[in-house]
Design a protein around this ligand. Structure first.
Ligand SMILES: Cc1ncc(COP(=O)(O)O)c(C=O)c1O
Length: 379
């Protein structure tokens, strides 16, 4: 049987990993400045993570949500503590798309309404409602097309006010990435985020922060939205929450009441998944990784901001988008082939993304910066 061919891939096979270091099957070394697409938050094969998961697997890996799983409460307590949102409620699922699907569905249940406001450049996943709120028309199948979603320009206060003036009473939710990832690291302004909060409050709509990529400490605070001082009603999470183990989650405001049967999943919140997420939260907390993300992000920006060939750097902490003066695709290819460094692409062709592990070191950043400068000289 063939693998269904949907991913353009590099001809590289990674056989072993440690922290931000990767080795292929021939023993060649690579540096991971991409975090496996913002997923590897605490480093590959982190010893505490490996030990926690291994011990859990030896005890019990899975049983259904029909029994007590006390580790779920332990995870909720930890996430409440590191995010500062102890009064919120936690629902566990399996991916970023599923987290957003549940967030949007919950907003509709809560308000009894159907309209969703999303933004140009936004990416929220590939399940039916998540993809309907994603601004990439060629990944939306005909069956996913719906009039219930409207796309407004990102950071455009007038367009948002105008829409709410007409349709505010029909809006179930506004979904936004405080820093758009796939869209090319576009940062929402504090004024825009504050306006969303005000309009949602005035119209009893639900504000959903999609923190699947920008959350879990990546920007130096647990949620990227926290930099604005605005609080959402629902935060969706995945990627970095369990360092590669498939875990998604939503954190839900106390004002939204649960009802039995409202949401559900077979795998979400299972023993093994929860052990993985607990280990990650413990490492983020105990090793002060949000502080490192903040400091290393500032260091990268200070080192690259005046380099010739770089048009712009956007983002916060370890979620950075670097715009070249030329197309970034050949540059990324060279970075891998010549310097053996992985970085990410974005939907804006001139952008490449740095999304390394939150415990990336200054030395590893220096290697990356030297390689970037070397390649830019050639261009
Ligand atoms: C902001 C954002 N939301 C949702 C998703 C979807 O997550 P998943 O691929 O885990 O379904 C992604 C994935 O890249 C994302 O970046």
């Amino acid at each position: 049987m063939k693998i269904f061919d949907v991913y353009p891939i590099y001809d590289i096979e990674i056989a072993r990993a440690n922290g931000s270091d990767l080795w292929d099957e021939k023993g060649n070394h690579y540096l991971d400045m991409y975090g496996g697409h913002a997923v590897i938050s605490i480093g590959h094969t982190n010893p505490h993570y490996v030990k926690t998961i291994t011990e859990q697997l030896a005890n019990i890996g899975f049983y259904s949500n029909s029994i007590k799983i006390p580790a779920q409460q332990q995870l909720a307590n930890l996430l409440g503590e590191i995010s500062g949102k102890n009064d919120f409620q936690l629902f566990l699922c399996n991916s970023g798309a599923e987290a957003n699907e549940n967030a949007l569905k919950l907003a509709s249940f809560h308000t009894g309404r159907k309209k969703i406001v999303s933004f140009k450049g936004g990416f929220h996943g590939r399940t039916s409602l998540a993809v309907a709120t994603t601004d990439i028309p060629n990944i939306v199948a005909p069956v996913n097309q719906t009039d219930n979603v409207v796309f407004l320009p990102f950071n455009d206060a007038d367009a948002l006010k105008e829409y709410f003036a007409k349709e505010g009473q029909n809006v179930a939710a506004v979904i936004i990435e405080a820093i758009q990832g796939v869209g090319g690291i576009q940062v929402a302004t504090n004024e825009f985020l504050t306006l969303i909060r005000e309009l949602c409050d005035k119209n009893n709509a639900v504000m959903i922060a999609d923190e699947v990529q920008c959350g879990c400490g990546r920007t130096g605070k647990y949620f990227a939205l926290d930099h604005s001082g605005v609080q959402a009603d629902i935060y969706s999470m995945a990627k970095g929450i369990a360092n590669g183990f498939p875990v998604g989650a939503i954190m839900i405001s106390p004002k939204i009441e649960p009802k039995h049967g409202m949401l559900g999943t077979t795998f979400g919140g299972n023993h093994l998944a929860v052990a993985a997420a607990i280990a990650v939260a413990e490492v983020i907390k105990n090793e002060n990784l949000m502080l490192n993300a903040n400091e290393m992000g500032e260091y990268i920006i200070s080192e690259l901001k005046d380099v010739q060939g770089i048009a712009e750097i956007r983002g916060t902490g370890l979620m950075l988008g670097i715009d070249l003066e030329t197309n970034a695709a050949p540059f990324r290819k060279q970075l891998i082939e010549k310097h053996k460094i992985f970085v990410g692409s974005a939907s804006t062709p001139q952008t490449f993304r740095l999304l390394p592990t939150l415990n990336i070191t200054k030395e590893q950043i220096d290697v990356t910066i030297a390689a970037i400068k070397d390649l830019l000289k050639e261009i």
